[in-house]
Design a binder for this molecule. Sequence first.
Ligand code: N2P
Length: 389
Amino acid sequence: MNKSSKLLILALFILMGLFVVGCTSDADDDGDVAEDVAEDVAEDEDVAEDVAEDVAEDIDAPTTLNLYNWSEYIDPELLVTFEEETGIKVVEDTFGSNEDLLGKLQGGATGYDVIVPSDYMVDIMIQEGLLAELDHSQLTTLGDLDPTWTDPPFDPGMGHCMPYFWGTTGIGFHWDDWDEAPDSWANIFDPELAAEFDGQISFLDDMRETIGAALIYLGYSLNTVDEAELNEAKEVILAVKPYLASFDSDNFDDTLVSRETKLVMGWSGDVFTGQLEDENVDFVIPTEGAAKWMDNLCITADAGADPGRLANAHLFIDFMNRPDIAAQNTNWVWYGSPNKSAESMINPEILSYPAIYPDAETFAKLEWFVNVGDATELYSRIWTEISTE
Ligand code: N2P
C-alpha cells in the first residue's frame, strides 16, 4: 500500500472514531457517563490483557474452547472478536433444555469448557459436582454487574457461575390474528380456545417450562412438589396436545414468522428477534403470571481439572461480561443483560420494551424456577407420560 492510501485510511478511521464518539454523546444525556464507560471498558481490556499474559506465561493453554449453549444465544461475531483478541477459537454446540444439558454431562460427555445452565439447574449441577468454582481473581469485570444479580440464591456469591442473560416465558403471536394481545394462558391451554388454532400451536420442548406454564394457568406455583397439582397440569397439557404442531424450543420464532404456527409458548428474546423479521410478530406475558429465569456462564468440572482449559474459560467468561461485548450481545439476542455498565450501549428500544424489561408490577407476578429436589423425578415421569401418550 502506498503512503497516500495509508494516510487516507488513517483519516477515515479518525473520522469514524469522531462519528462514534458523537453518536454516543448524542444518545446519552450525560456525555460524561458515556466517557466513563468507555474508559472503564478500556481499563477492563487492559486488565484482561494482563491477566491473559500472566496466564499464558504459566500455563500451556489449548487454542480451542468448547462452548455448549442454547441455540441462537450468542452473537456469532463475538466469537470472531474473541478469537482475534486471544487466539482462542470457540467451537459452539447447542442444546434445547437444561435436562438435555444435564443428561449429556451425566452421560460422561467431556470436552465442554463453558456451559449455560439456568438458575435451578446451576443448583442441581453444583450438588452433582459438575461445575468448577469461579476464580474471581481471574475476572476483571465483576464490578460491571448490576448488584441485583451478584448473589443469586442458586449460586451464592457467584461461587460457580457468571450471570449471562435473563428473560421471561410467555406467548408469541401474530397481530394478523388478534385485535388485542392474547394475554391469557387460556389461549393455549383451554381446549375450546386452542381448537381455533388446531395444528398451529407449539409448546416448549422443556419439562419445567411447559409443566410450569400449565401450573400457572391452574393458579399453582411453577415450583410445586404436590403430586395432585402436577397431575392436573399433565391433564391440562394432554387435553390440548391434539392441537399442537410440535414441542419446539429451537425454531418457534421461525415458525411464527413463516406463519406455520400462530401461537407459541416461547422465550421473550427469541420472539423479539422474530419481530425484526416480521413486525407483526409479538410477545406477551400472560396476566396470570409467568416464569422468569436467569441463564449463567459456568465452567464444567471437567475443564476445571485442567489449568489451561480453566484459564481459557475464565478469559471467555470475562470477555462476555465486558460492557461493550455484553451490550453487543444483548443487541443481538434481545434478552435482559445483568451488566449494569453495558446499559448505556444497549439499544434503547430493548431497554424500553416492557416485555423485556418488565415494570415492577409485572416483574412481581413472575416466578423464578427453583430446584425442586426429589420432586424432579415426578416432573420427569409426568413429562414422559405427556410425551408418550
Ligand atoms: C435461547 C433462549 C434460551 C433461554 N434461544 C432459555 N433459558
